[in-house]
Design a protein around this ligand. Sequence first.
Ligand SMILES: *Cc1c(COP(=O)(O)O)cnc(C)c1O
Length: 359
Amino acid sequence: MKIYNFSAGPAVLPQPVLERAREELLDWRGSGMSVMEMSHRGKEFISIAERAEADLRTLLAVPENYKVLFLQGGATTQFAMVPMNLLGERRRADYIHTGEWAKKAIVEARKYCDVNVAASSEAQKFSYAPVQSEWQLSAEAAYVHYTANETIGGVEFHWIPDAGAVPLVCDISSNMLSRPLPIERFGLLYGGAQKNIGPAGLTIVIVREDLLGKAPARTPSMLDYAVHAEADSMYNTPPTWAIYMAGLTFQWMLEQGGVSAMEERNAYKAALLYELIDRSGLYVNPVRREDRSRMNVPFTLRRTELEPVFLKEAEAAGFLQLKGHRSVGGMRASLYNAMPLAGVQALAGFMAEFEARHA
Ligand SMILES: *Cc1c(COP(=O)(O)O)cnc(C)c1O
């Protein structure tokens, strides 16, 4: 039976990437070593890290005046590093509140500054992305933070906000590399790799150089972007295996036609599922149409008593990890780059058949 893994993260990886890693596992290209055994300062690993960064820069067309950092600690550490590093002399930051992940970023930022929640969809149960005209930005903000894709709620910004001269900061953990992104519109972008890129353990930060060096002197070195930028992400031992795996995924994406090709496929895959849900009398997705996520498709059943049955039968049919996040329940299908179209078609077929059976 073919297995499809719809986990929200750590998530499915491209089959060719895993095969390549298997081939190179014991002996990386005649070096006699596994990548896991290499010194991060040796020429072999340096070449792996440099290639990974160069390929990521190509994929996202990262301008010269931006640093790409390979860090650890997950996006959750970024919730603190962003205010620690970007506030400078200012004491206020703007946040857009769109759900569980935005909330975590806000809670953390409140430890460091006065958070102005410039827009929030909370009153509508986080079912949409607030349009720009709803945003009440404050003049004194050091930066504006938003969450490009709410992994749990399934809400995605399909447009780039305008923060004027204030640096725009974005959590792209769950849609990084799923589509092209105009990096020059942002001050800083960050995300964990385990959703759309590679194994857990790697956090990617893309930051405009002029924003570096503003952290207070007491900032721990590990939490100071400038320290990592200065050391080319080798201030301490980086997550070597995760960087290697991410590099393989970047190569795979380039071979597939880059992020535009990813976007085209992702739009098609997501539409397949949303159309089925909207046609159905059983499945419901609560998100405003124009803000629906292409990466994470949450849904519930009108007959809630059928939800455990659905999950059980889905698992038995090879559709794994469809259970919604523990905070919201229901179901969620994550359709990252590595989820093949065949997987989404098969799931849609199962869902239609399940509905017919229980009509
Ligand atoms: C998963 C996720 C996080 C948290 O990432 P960790 O790597 O677990 O810290 C933050 N933001 C978003 C949007 C996520 O999807």
